[in-house]
Design a protein. Structure first.
Ligand code: NAD
Length: 367
């Protein structure tokens, strides 16, 4: 099959890690007989340097005309890079917001998996970690408090600030459908997180999620409050499969999940639209402190490519092949600097070597 993949390498370590993800995709293409047409595009700092703006209309159009977008991270060292002398709407991060909005991406996926070999990177006690955890956050990305009306006015002799938290039924329904479908493809458990004991928007959230659940009886649905979920994530992370929540709760809980999962260099992410189209990028930033040194961990970018295979190209076997190859590489003791421990039998690899190891471990359809 032929697929068009827009590639935005980005800034800092972006080009280094995306190169390795591409290497892995090319190997998958060779093993499974697919054809991936990569279209190189600029966004963020590199686009400012070339076109004077972080995202051009042409780039946006080319992304829209692709099956998926694979991205590194964007941005420079805040306070050092000249990009941050520009007005906010001209800075690298403005390009990312415009891109997500322009592509209509409303559903953000952030998996947090603890690999047995990286248990020591998890800040939780052994007894809490238990058999480990493998969870997926599904976060609504374009509604709620971050997108409501806001104002700061003087009332009765003092300043009063207001932020509106609004959710429409249709916004909840479409992200809930995605979450049920994702849970159905995993261990079949979905926990919807809200604050329904206080907020009207959460009560509507719960009602619509319940309604959507009726169409998916194979998925076991539960509801939890955001405060108790924050506690349970650090007390019993293994009890979750898929967590569905609104924008702000998801923002906070997904950072908590990233922290318990260990290294930023291991965490992929995806942002999806109603159809199969999506944008795939590592959860971490452009790490300007280590850029250009060939020491960044490319596994988050490689695992983002695996998500691209699964969710946008609907190639679950190929996605699993990549994920299994990453597990094998870790089991063999291969480590980049960020996940290296003082332990016998571990091999320190460069960014490039890590990508090559993963590509070499892919088995293809004839396992
Ligand atoms: P960061 O995530 O880039 O780095 C935080 C720490 O994690 C650094 O020590 C870095 O070296 C390390 N790290 C991150 N990814 C790594 C990897 N793959 N391998 C090894 N180590 C890794 O966060 P920051 O320093 O706060 O931000 C740097 C820039 O990235 C800023 O301009 C910020 O705006 C931008 N940023 C971009 C995105 C994005 O593109 N989606 C997300 C977050 C931050």
């Amino acid at each position: 099959m032929e697929y068009r993949i827009a590639v935005i390498e980005g800034d800092g370590i972006g080009p280094e890690i995306v190169r390795e993800a591409r290497k892995v995709l090319l190997r998958i293409a060779a093993l499974y007989g697919h054809h991936f047409e990569f279209r190189e595009l600029l966004m963020g700092g590199s686009s400012i340097d070339r076109f004077g703006e972080p995202l051009t209309e042409e780039t946006l159009e080319k992304c829209r005309a692709s099956d998926a977008v694979l991205m590194g991270s964007i941005g420079g060292k805040v306070g050092v890079s000249p990009w941050y002398l520009l007005p906010p709407e001209k800075r690298p991060e403005a390009g990312l917001l415009k891109l997500r909005k322009g592509l209509g991406l409303f559903c953000n996926l952030r998996p947090a998996k603890l690999y047995p070999e990286l248990r020591n990177a998890c800040p939780l006690r052994e007894s809490v970690i238990g058999d480990g955890f493998d969870l997926m956050m599904v976060r609504e990305l374009t509604g709620g408090l971050y997108f409501g009306e806001r104002s700061t006015v003087r009332e009765g002799g003092e300043l009063v600030a207001r932020d509106e938290l609004c959710y429409r039924e249709s916004e909840i329904r479409r992200v809930a459908r995605k979450a049920f479908s994702i849970a159905g493809g995993r261990r079949g458990r979905l926990c919807s997180v809200d604050k329904a004991n206080v907020l009207d928007s959460s009560r509507l959230w719960r009602r619509i999620v319940e309604e959507e659940g009726k169409a998916c009886p194979e998925v076991e649905l539960s509801h939890a409050l955001v405060d108790s979920t924050a506690m349970l994530l650090v007390r019993k992370p293994g009890s979750f499969d898929v967590i569905l929540t609104e924008n702000m709760f998801g923002d906070i809980l997904s950072d908590e999940m990233a922290e318990i999962a260990g290294s930023l260099g291991m965490l992929p992410s995806a942002s999806l639209r109603e159809d199969r189209f999506g944008l795939y990028e590592p959860s971490g930033g452009s790490a300007p402190d280590i850029a250009g040194q060939n020491i960044a961990n490319p596994l988050a970018a490689i695992l983002s490519a695996a998500m691209l295979l699964r969710y946008s190209l609907e190639l679950p076997k190929e996605a699993e092949d990549v994920e299994t190859a990453v597990e094998k590489v870790l089991r063999d003791g291969c480590r980049t600097k960020d996940i290296l421990e003082e332990k016998k039998g571990l091999k320190l690899l460069s960014t490039e070597e890590m990508g090559e190891e993963v590509a070499a471990k892919l088995r293809g359809p004839l396992r």
